[in-house]
Ligand binder design. Structure first.
Ligand code: IMP
Length: 175
């Protein structure tokens, strides 16, 4: 499959993703049994993952979508913007950041710091995918769906220059 100048092949099917998402939701539910967590999905990439994940959660919870962007094309620009769109009432809450993919971990580290400064009681993260750099740097992510090396992927919310977010399966760059 071609998106703009890049070639991609199927990597994770919608069926595999669905099973993993259910398993992640099960773990979160167990850990947050006596709490009312606030899910904080990071737009745009995590909209599909967040929607499927949160549908599986049956304990009381809140959801607040936020935005931050450090990417342009397939390489990190290293430029981080601030977290926008969050609710003032995050003080004293148990937050679960919902990330589509964690690569260098810069975005996640920055967001976690900001949330702690806002007075969050606890901050954890659920990421559908984690790349090698975040693993090597021991970026704390409590719930991880799939592990990757440094490959670029699209689909299930993830984009290449704004395209491919609508795909049900996750596709990996070839060559
Ligand atoms: P980090 O700050 O390097 O961890 O970058 C994380 C963000 O970069 C993710 O939330 C994605 O928006 C984007 N990103 C990283 N890797 C990929 C990829 O393979 N495909 C699409 N977006 C990616």
């Amino acid at each position: 499959m071609k998106i703009k100048d890049l070639e991609f092949k199927k990597f994770l099917t919608a069926d595999r993703i669905e099973k993993k998402v259910a398993a992640l939701a099960g773990r979160i539910e167990k850990d947050y049994q006596d709490k009312t967590p606030v899910f904080l999905p990071i737009l745009n990439g995590s909209f599909m993952f967040a929607s499927d994940l949160i549908k599986e959660i049956t304990i009381p919870c809140r959801v607040s979508f936020v935005k931050i962007s450090s990417y342009s094309g397939t390489l990190s620009t290293g430029q981080l913007k601030t977290l926008i769109g969050h609710d003032e009432s995050l003080f004293g809450t148990d937050i679960i950041i919902v990330e589509d993919i964690v690569d260098t971990g810069l975005t996640l580290t920055k967001i976690s710091e900001e949330l702690k400064n806002l007075g969050a009681k606890s901050v954890e993260c659920v990421a559908l995918l984690r790349k090698a750099p975040a693993r090597e740097k021991n970026v704390p992510i409590k719930y991880v769906g799939f592990e990757l090396e440094t490959e670029f992927v699209v689909g299930y919310g993830l984009d290449y220059d704004g395209l491919g977010r609508n795909l049900r399966d996750i596709h990996i760059k070839v060559g």
